[in-house]
Ligand binder design. Structure first.
Ligand code: SF4
Length: 222
């Protein structure tokens, strides 16, 4: 037996992934503002709408994993319908036990983070925003930990329920609305919000606009 490298088949797989990721995203794309755009980098959201670059191979794989799990795990009849609140679109993934809006996340993060409740700030902002929009104080989260605890068994699914008070939901909403003002002003001025100013610390490292000369043109430390 002889086994040789065969990059062409890997390249073709990437091509399928990127094509499919593009197709899956298209129906969801609207001219409106989605809440996740206000949570993540505003500059990136602006470029996605005005002068987008294709997703990278790595992003296509991660998107496919998330979409694949969502399609395999959430029954059609449990899926939540998208809504709009104060001009912002939002879309919980599903309803659990009939009236609990809930989310499914796929992550390479260790299960340890869920056990210690060390969740990304972006997840919390999004979930608080969805709670506010739905007029709920509670939200379910099912997390597919692709790598488990980085020891077998993996993958592993863990679940948590968030319970908020109205004050913290309002504060989060006010924060998102402040970002919305900045975002909308960018479109009005036809100028992207200032690079890095509206991004979380880790975002630039994984962003396709980072080193593009006509986008952010940043020097990213390796
Ligand atoms: S490189 Fe950073 S600032 Fe620029 S769009 Fe990406 S995440 Fe935002």
């Amino acid at each position: 037996m002889n086994i040789v490298d065969y990059q062409e088949i890997a390249d073709e797989s990437y091509r399928w992934l990127i094509e499919n990721a593009r197709g899956i995203n298209e129906p969801a794309r609207t001219a409106g503002i989605h809440m996740t755009e206000l949570v993540y980098c505003l500059t990136s959201g602006y470029y996605d709408k005005i002068m987008p670059l294709p997703v990278t191979q790595e992003q296509a794989i991660l998107m496919a994993l998330g979409i694949g799990f969502e399609k395999s795990l959430i029954p059609e009849e449990k899926r939540a319908k998208p809504g709009t609140c104060e001009g912002v679109e939002y879309s919980p993934d599903f309803w659990f036990t009939g009236d609990l809006p809930s989310e499914l996340k796929t992550t390479r993060m260790s299960t340890k983070k869920t056990y210690t409740r060390d969740f990304p700030e972006s997840w919390i902002q999004q979930i608080k925003g969805y709670c506010y929009a739905e007029g709920k104080l509670e939200y379910g989260l099912s997390i597919v930990h692709m790598m488990g605890g980085y020891n077998p068994p993996f993958p592993k699914i863990l679940g948590v329920k968030f319970i908020f008070d109205q004050k913290e939901l309002q504060e989060n909403w006010d924060y998102l609305m402040w970002r919305k003002t900045v975002y909308i002003q960018g479109f009005a001025d036809q100028r992207a919000p200032t690079p890095t100013k509206w991004a979380m610390d880790w975002e630039c490292k994984y962003c396709r606009y980072a080193t593009s000369m006509i986008h952010c043109n940043l020097r990213i430390a390796k």
